[in-house]
Design a protein around this ligand. Structure first.
Ligand code: BGC
Ligand code: BGC
Length: 618
């Protein structure tokens, strides 16, 4: 059915292009243009379609619009090259796999009905699974995977994420984050794997291999986007000029040698692993926005590193270059941005870039270079041949196999930081368990930001297993489990056969809204800890957080301490380790500071509470 529609559209497009007189048709039977021939070399296909394109069609290819700001008709009229779902960008009808597939397909049908029938590429942030989709498996955020530090596991997660995304037609993933966070107060710390470039490089390459696995359906069916180039993890506190952000989108510290030594290596690794798109960073260096830097974007990335794919801007990031939008656009495109994540107003960007080309402020050669790069990626992905959602994969969304993989990843990510008298693992036939903390029983909290909504949200916002439910399922039928969010118990948590588990966490956040001056728990969770410290004979603390928090003064009151990061939908993975079904094997991917004045990394202020790489293996 879909295939037949596609063939019909292809024929119509070919006929229209022949009637337009632009196709250099040599034979009357040559109804299929060379660019439509999957057997032709990509370079041949690119040149063939490029020489058929008008300036409007070329600039359309360079335009990436958020789906709520665009109708399928506009995709057709403006020759739009890319459409995206931002954080929380699920369909307005219903957040279901079928509605996603239909939403993406409706934009795609419009693109295919244009004169040349160039497919759109549809993108979203699948930073821990296809995380805007209700029912998708939510994997641990990257910092947890950094703790597990298992490239095979990360590759499998990349592959599972690609399958769930491809099922809905989202063939472009704005992941992996390859930031190298140097200051854990940053609200994007959890999007990075680790504070060390080699650690990040290894896992980022593994994720890309899995995501871009040629076996999924077509070659490189889902493509990744290492981000944000360059230096996003190295900004200075207080240097941001966005909202009330402190670190995020700020100014990267250090000289060129630091940028090259700390922040660049993951990009080299990602390119070697087949990265085809790279997202530029909101941040600045030496007072210049990365989006304006022809040195970093063109000379280093496309020249020195030999990156042949395309560079996409971040969300409205070009707007930040200059208050005069025309100057901003000219600067960014000339610096080497190939596709602009506009995201709201396609006409304004298109009109301004068109004028810039007509005036010579942006050369046609630069436009052709950008469009060549974009088209080459689209051809390599097989988008011209298979533009629609791979609905035969729909059954794998949220599948038992993907959940089992996520559960394994959760278990592998836990880091045991303290374990007095070998309290952990706990016996399953323990008499009484007293469990407190909001984070014990809250899926939204255990998933963090970039989950259903941009900022994430506390509550049962997607299907999954809470940490509490995982514990309840793990213990023996005789075990009495008492849960109270506030840590107020009716039984006696001080009794000899009792163990307490406080599962406390940060509330969800994303990007600069999560920049934190205090690195402390919400006050409610702090009160839970105080109550349980006072009442419990033995206390295990499980921290659900996107980064280390300052726990120095509290730690002596805890018998055991586990960092669980942001585990995602499969909370049972936490219980697996607490009760010994799987071993503790995680190690800190970031240094755990003793006090705030030890930040950022390398500030030279004394020894940390736990060093990078620390993790008890009982
Ligand atoms: C973020 C990117 C993200 C984009 C699209 C931006 O605000 O910085 O990481 O890919 O939005 O959601
Ligand atoms: C979008 C995100 C984006 C952010 C940037 C939000 O409205 O949903 O995807 O990253 O804006 O500020």
């Amino acid at each position: 059915m879909r295939l037949r529609l596609f063939i019909v559209l292809t024929l119509i497009a070919a006929m229209l292009s022949a009637c337009g007189g632009t196709a250099p048709t040599t034979s009357p039977v040559a109804t299929v243009a060379p660019y439509r021939d999957p057997a032709a070399a990509i370079a041949v296909r690119v040149e063939d379609v490029l020489q058929r394109m008008t300036l409007a069609e070329k600039i359309g290819q360079m335009t990436l619009i958020e789906k709520n700001s665009l109708t399928p008709d506009q995709v057709r009229e403006l020759f739009i090259g890319g459409v995206l779902s931002g954080g929380g960008g699920y369909p307005s009808t219903e957040n279901s796999p079928a509605a996603w597939a239909e939403m993406v397909n409706s934009f795609q049908r419009a693109a295919l009905s244009t004169r040349l029938g160039i497919p759109i590429i549809y993108g979203a942030d699948g930073v821990h699974g296809h995380n805007n989709l209700y029912g998708a498996v939510i994997f641990p955020h990257n910092i947890g995977l950094g703790a597990a530090n298992d490239p095979v596991l990360v590759e499998q997660i990349g592959r599972a994420t690609a399958i769930e995304m491809a099922a809905t037609g989202v063939f472009w993933n704005y992941a992996p984050g390859v930031m190298v966070p140097q200051d854990v107060r940053w609200g994007r710390t959890y999007e990075g794997y680790a504070e060390r470039p080699d650690h990040v490089a290894t896992l980022a390459a593994a994720f890309l291999r899995g995501l871009q696995d040629p076996d999924i359906v077509a070659p490189n069916r889902v493509i990744g986007t290492p981000k944000h180039y360059l230096g996003d993890g190295g900004t200075a506190w207080g240097s941001s000029t966005t909202e009330n952000y402190q670190l995020d989108q700020g100014e990267t510290m250090g000289d060129e040698a630091i940028l090259r030594a700390v922040h660049l290596p993951p990009y080299r690794a990602a390119i070697a692993a087949g990265a085809q798109v790279i997202m530029a960073s909101y941040s600045s260096w030496n007072g210049q926005k990365m989006h304006a830097s022809s040195y970093w974007l063109t000379e280093v990335l496309k020249g020195e590193l030999g990156f042949t794919g395309f560079v996409v801007s971040d969300w409205a990031a070009i707007d930040q270059i200059d208050p005069d939008y025309e100057r901003a656009v000219i600067t960014a495109i000339n610096a080497g941005i190939d596709m602009n994540m506009v995201p709201y107003d396609p006409q304004r960007f298109i009109a301004i870039l068109t004028r810039a080309v007509e005036s010579g402020a942006v050369s046609e050669e630069r436009i052709n270079d950008a469009v060549r790069r974009i088209l080459a990626v689209k051809f390599a992905m097989g988008l011209f041949e298979q533009p629609f959602a791979q609905t035969e994969l729909l059954a794998q969304i949220g599948s038992a196999a993907h959940r089992e993989l996520a559960r394994t990843a959760v278990a592998a990510s836990l880091v045991l930081l303290k374990n007095e008298q070998d309290l952990l693992p706990l016996p399953k036939d323990i008499g009484h368990l007293y469990i407190g903390g909001q984070a014990a029983n809250d899926l939204g909290i255990q998933a963090g930001g970039w989950t259903i909504e941009w900022q994430g949200r506390a509550g049962a916002i997607f299907p999954g297993t809470t940490i509490l439910a995982g514990i309840q399922a793990a213990v023996s039928p005789q075990t009495v489990v008492e849960y109270n969010e506030h840590g107020r118990f009716t039984g006696d948590p001080g009794a000899a056969d009792a163990v307490c588990i406080a599962v406390v966490g940060e509330l969800p956040y994303a990007e600069g809204r999560g920049d934190s001056a205090s690195l402390s728990l919400p006050s409610g969770e702090q009160r839970v800890l105080r109550r349980m410290e006072a009442a419990c004979a033995r206390l295990v603390v499980v921290l659900v957080a996107g980064r280390p928090l300052i726990v120095t003064d509290d730690l002596p009151k805890w018998d055991a301490f586990v960092a669980a990061w942001l585990p995602g939908s499969e909370g049972a993975g936490v219980a697996d380790v607490l009760f010994g079904d799987r071993p503790f094997r995680g190690r800190l991917p970031v240094t755990w500071p003793r006090s705030l004045d030890q930040l950022p990394l390398g500030s030279g202020n004394g020894d940390p509470l736990f060093p990078y790489g620390f993790g008890l293996i009982p």
